[in-house]
Design a protein around this ligand. Sequence first.
Ligand code: SF4
Length: 423
Amino acid sequence: MIVVKKLIDHDIEAEISCEYAQSLLGEVKSCLFGKDVIIWGGAGTGKFYGELLLSLGITVHCFIDRNADSIDPIFGLPVYTPDILRNKENCTLLIAASRKSFNEIINDIEANNFNPADIFDGCMHFHALQESVRTMRINYSAELADMKPFRQLERGLTIQHLELVVTTLCTLRCKHCAHMNSHYYFIPEGKCKLRHFPVDDLVSTVEKILQSVDVVNELSIVGGEPFLHPDLADIIHKLQKHNKVRRVEIATNGTVCPKQEVVKVLKGEKLYVTVSDYGKISTEISRLSDIFASRDIKYRIQAQGYGWDDLGDHCFRNRSEAELNVTYSSCLDNRYKIILDKKMYDCHRVANASNLGYYSPDDSECIDVLSFTSTELRKKISALYQLDHIPYCNYCNGKGRIVVAAEQYSLTELKCLRAKYGY
Ligand code: SF4
């Protein structure tokens, strides 16, 4: 017997005031924040929830619909048929379809033994939530400065997820790292790109981007392993104070504890730490949990049981234009725009291939942030969201084969790679 939770746990009042609208959206946020949400429903209701959750800074993993084959990606997110749920045990499912489909969906979930961690009913108060968003739009004024959901839903240039690489040093040597980070460890001295990026470069690049866009919904501080950066406290302190940055995530692999000065700056309204749990190799998970819990620092432990997409080797795939478009539109990784060494790229794969010296990116996939005026930069960033594909998709598998997350290279394998890449 499956248990379906209410997204909003009380009756909706007939009259929706602005404050009440805010409290409703607050309830949605408190149910779903920090979870990987899958939305069942790729039509109007599902799209409404997709936009709403993204605007609230909630991670939406994908959409489910029986007619997935005929539905284009929604907000850049893929739409799958229900059987995708077979392998997803830790996800949170939000049912967002018309009320009359609700029972059919529940039957589908039961009949197929799908086993999400939580299932929420998004059909029940759908119209009230729509009304609350509308109310907030009507009532918006400068004094209601913290009506963040409304501001996000305004037309404007929003970067949903922006990754900032602070270091290429890492404690792990993952075979299928989407950032190709292990490659930094087999490039010999002289050509080596292992480095911590200077605070001033990092901050000035982010600030330049902030001058050009309206909102960065989530700025994710990544590596390598960000806790290895000696000036991480300074970086976090300087970046989290910007009004246009809604949330700051620090993404760690669970193998390193932060220094005391970093711990001190991790507590804050906008800040949270995501700790990837790779099982045995994430040796510091319980110490990290203790540190964060005892200091009231927001964090989540993210199990990596789903595996990773194998983006494959850096070799030419010879795809046609149409094939490149399919590769790109089904890829999840291009949701994350990324800053690497003062440049902004369309995805972390092309960023690292370029930084490693494997590839020369063209202007459509890479922006030299500091060399443009804010107006020019805004146009260039907007253009990143209009792409059908990037040329680098011809050197990447895209979505397809799932592999074990964080499988490690042995020393011998690293030596072989060195030979393969001509070092
Ligand atoms: S290169 Fe293309 S397919 Fe590969 S991760 Fe980037 S956007 Fe996706």
